[in-house]
Design a protein around this ligand. Sequence first.
Ligand SMILES: NC(=O)c1ccc[n+]([C@@H]2O[C@H](COP(=O)([O-])OP(=O)(O)OC[C@H]3O[C@@H](n4cnc5c(N)ncnc54)[C@H](OP(=O)(O)O)[C@@H]3O)[C@@H](O)[C@H]2O)c1
Length: 312
Amino acid sequence: MKTRKLGSSDLYVTELILGTWAIGGTMWSDYDEAGAKEAIKASIDSGINCIDTAPAYGGGHAEELIGDVIAGIRDKLIIATKCGLNIEGRYEKLLTPEFIMHDLEMSLKRLKTDYVDLYQIHWPVNDVPIAVSMEALMKAKEQGKVRYIGVCNFSGKELDDAINCGEVVSLQPNYSLLEREIEKDQMKVCEKSGVSIISYGSLAAGMLTGKYKEHPVFKKGDARNFFYRFFKKEYWPAVREVVDEVELVADKYGAKPGHVAIAWILSHPSVAGAIFGARDADQVKDNLGGAALTLSKDDIDSLNKISEHIYG
Ligand SMILES: NC(=O)c1ccc[n+]([C@@H]2O[C@H](COP(=O)([O-])OP(=O)(O)OC[C@H]3O[C@@H](n4cnc5c(N)ncnc54)[C@H](OP(=O)(O)O)[C@@H]3O)[C@@H](O)[C@H]2O)c1
């Protein structure tokens, strides 16, 4: 699988990156642990070299599973995890230097490694200046526990502020054909500063695979009920129109809708990789075609047009 350079780092991530939120076992219903482990194994066997995780995914369980699977091959992989959500509390955002160092030590333990390749701030906070948090992260880098620093869910201004405090190599935003807000703000900062985007929600949490013919309803407590706005009933007709177009484009290439969703993300030069979640090995294998597909300019234009005004 092709790789792309991650910002100013010397890391080359595969165009597909495995995401492990659902693999953590909480917040996404119908969890299957054996399937989750197989998904991690199948990704590595398919040539994916980067895995994204966080303490918040299953309260540390996703990191533990990854730690088990990567034993013996850890040095061949790029492990990206996150800091700043306190899983020992009520998942409140916390970016004090003391907590960052503690969070990091706990992640290293669960991942059974002594360094993280990409350490990302999970969410911005208001109560600790970014300079203070960045200083802690840079200290962790000097200690060799972190190779590179990234951020998630930052606005363009927050990203700029972080860049002014130290080397930031990546931004991880919610980005897909159903969520394009970053094009107006963060993507411009990334283009200007050479920070790479690694998108999350790349398949719109399954919506862009075309599997939902009716508006989907999830079990109580499932994160899809509140986290991604495209699951709200009021947006279903506009969302379905986009999915219809994605399916039409996919048919032209003899590809799957999910492949078109991924190829569309990868058509943006500031993107280094598309993070996708998978419950099992079959979903991993099913998504690989996304990295092999190149869309024509006409198809990209038609997808851009139909997905422009989903939310009014
Ligand atoms: N930084 C952050 O704040 C943040 C936030 C969210 C996510 N992330 C990261 O980004 C990753 C990806 O985001 P995501 O997992 O939320 O969304 P996603 O990648 O858009 O969607 C993943 C989900 O789609 C379904 N799916 C995947 N492949 C499929 C296939 N071939 N056919 C049918 N269904 C398929 C699966 O759920 P079902 O089988 O249940 O349908 C899977 O869990 C996460 O795992 C996490 O690592 C980061």
